[in-house]
Design a protein around this ligand. Structure first.
Ligand SMILES: Cc1cc2nc3c(=O)[nH]c(=O)nc-3n(C[C@H](O)[C@H](O)[C@H](O)COP(=O)(O)OP(=O)(O)OC[C@H]3O[C@@H](n4cnc5c(N)ncnc54)[C@H](O)[C@@H]3O)c2cc1C
Length: 436
């Protein structure tokens, strides 16, 4: 077992949720406790700007930063960053690491917080196997080359990520044909079905993971995309062929060109991408954007009941503690994209959950009652369409919902893609430069 002098607060995942929690805990944690901030990668990355980094040369350097004790914690600290190291197993009072820390791969804790987020294909998020930042940067540079080279792009899924990707491509390549195939009557995921009324016979989702998006915003975004020559195929789904394991590199020719083999990224030539409504779109770059997958495998292996079957999200109670049956439910919290706390999976809510968990961990130390998580009444969404265009809305308590145009979205998000908010995360003795 590792050094037992301290009572450890283990945080698994050092991205938005985990890193914010560490920052919030540092000033309020009593003596004798220390934070162990663990990540599978040796660097931090910033998903909010990853789409531009996949297209615009130079941006790949802006979205990765070193992740070390000296960049995260103040001088003379007892807190530690352990990276790159994957947590491989959860036990009631300890976690198991893939590499030893202080002479052991098993590290005991007072409380542990799972903040392992979600997985999405690169370029949106790096593979957890790309432990060095050079590997992710290399993948982003490859993506920049491929998008430059392709003749015609097909985006499967017109949610916020698909739309923002289209906007980034259009800003760099004004004439490349772009098509979005989306299974709704307009872009994004607006409320097109009736809201659950709470009737006795009605099945209410356990967690409302993707609350509907303001319909007016969805229509504004669809008009904006059309005005920028983005072809929209709505109320339809692309048919994604299942790839056989030994398919790699084999080109299947048909009389009318190449048949799409279901792979993503740059294709060997223009392919036919078919939809359920029998539309055929020609493209030689396919971008898949149909949501993210909670990174909850770690907890599934230790306590399958702690994960929702339908969504893969970790089940938490009102205090953000994991509802566990095998693992002790007194010891673990889950926050950020991996938790089933209701609401969108966005950085803003990950920050609020981190603050709530920090308060409750210190309440537990002080033997004071725990507080229920409260996401607050502020709501809103900003959808950037490249650096200069976009649309959004904010809902302010008692004042109502306000639509926002390109000017505000450009200033608040589009130009810098929130990179200026990422820098202040690092509160370590070693200063790191954010290239904005
Ligand atoms: C393209 C894109 C655009 C977005 N735009 C916006 C936006 O404009 N505004 C907004 O608010 N949100 C946006 N989001 C969402 C936002 O990025 C996420 O909500 C946020 O990153 C969630 O943070 P997290 O810490 O929960 O998870 P993640 O950011 O997914 O981080 C999880 C961390 O856990 C680590 N990890 C995983 N498994 C292990 C393990 N076993 N052991 C150790 N470490 C592990 C990973 O390496 C990673 O560092 C966007 C997301 C994407 C992909």
């Amino acid at each position: 077992m590792a050094d037992q002098t301290y009572r450890n607060i283990i945080i698994v995942g050092a991205s938005t949720a985990g890193h914010t929690l560490a920052n919030d805990l540092v000033p309020i944690l009593p003596e004798g406790y220390r934070i162990l901030l663990i990540d599978a990668l040796e660097y931090s990355y910033f998903p909010q700007a990853s789409l531009r980094a996949a297209i615009v040369p130079g941006w790949e350097e802006k979205i990765v930063l070193p992740l070390k004790t000296s960049t995260c914690f103040p001088q003379g600290t007892n807190h530690r960053v352990i990276a790159p190291t994957r947590v491989t197993q959860l036990k009631k009072n300890s976690v198991v690491l893939e590499k030893p820390f202080e002479g052991s791969t098993e590290v005991p804790f007072f409380k542990a917080v799972i903040a392992t987020g979600a997985t999405q294909p690169s370029p949106m998020r790096p593979s957890l196997n790309w432990t060095s930042q050079q590997e992710y940067m290399k993948a982003l540079r490859k993506s920049q080359e491929e998008i430059k080279k392709c003749e015609s792009l097909v985006i499967i899924g017109g949610g916020t990520v698909g739309v923002e990707f289209a906007g980034e491509v259009r800003a760099s390549y004004p004439d490349k044909p772009i098509t979005i195939i989306h299974n709704r009557s307009t872009l994004l995921t607006p409320l097109t079905e009736p809201r659950p009324s709470g009737g006795l016979d009605e099945k209410i989702p356990e967690s409302w993971t993707s609350p509907p998006i303001n319909l007016k915003l969805a229509n504004t975004v669809a008009s904006m995309a059309k005005s920028q020559k983005v072809n929209l195929i709505l109320n339809d789904k692309a048919i994604i062929p299942q790839r056989k394991p030994n398919d790699d590199g084999i080109e299947i020719r048909t009389i009318d060109g190449y048949e799409w083999d279901g792979s993503f990224g740059l294709q060997p030539a223009l392919c036919n991408i078919c939809t359920e409504n029998r539309e055929i779109v020609k493209g030689d770059y396919v971008f898949l954007s149909i949501g993210n997958k909670p990174n909850s495998g770690l907890i599934v292996n230790s306590d399958g009941n702690a994960v929702e079957k339908s969504t893969g999200l970790i089940r938490v109670d009102q205090r953000l503690k994991i509802k566990a049956s095998i693992l002790s439910d007194a010891n673990y919290y889950a926050i950020g994209d991996v938790s089933n706390a209701p609401g969108m999976k966005i950085a803003y809510l990950a920050l609020i959950q981190a603050k709530s968990a920090a308060t409750n961990i210190v309440n537990e130390i002080n033997h004071t009652p725990l507080a229920a998580y409260n996401p607050g009444m502020f709501g809103g969404l900003f959808v950037a369409f490249g650096p200069d265009m976009g649309a959004g809305y904010v809902t302010i308590p008692y004042l109502g919902t306000w639509a926002l145009g390109s000017g505000i979205v450009r200033t608040a998000k589009g130009k810098k893609l929130l990179l200026d908010k990422w820098g202040p995360f690092r509160k370590g003795e070693e200063r790191v430069n954010i290239l904005i």
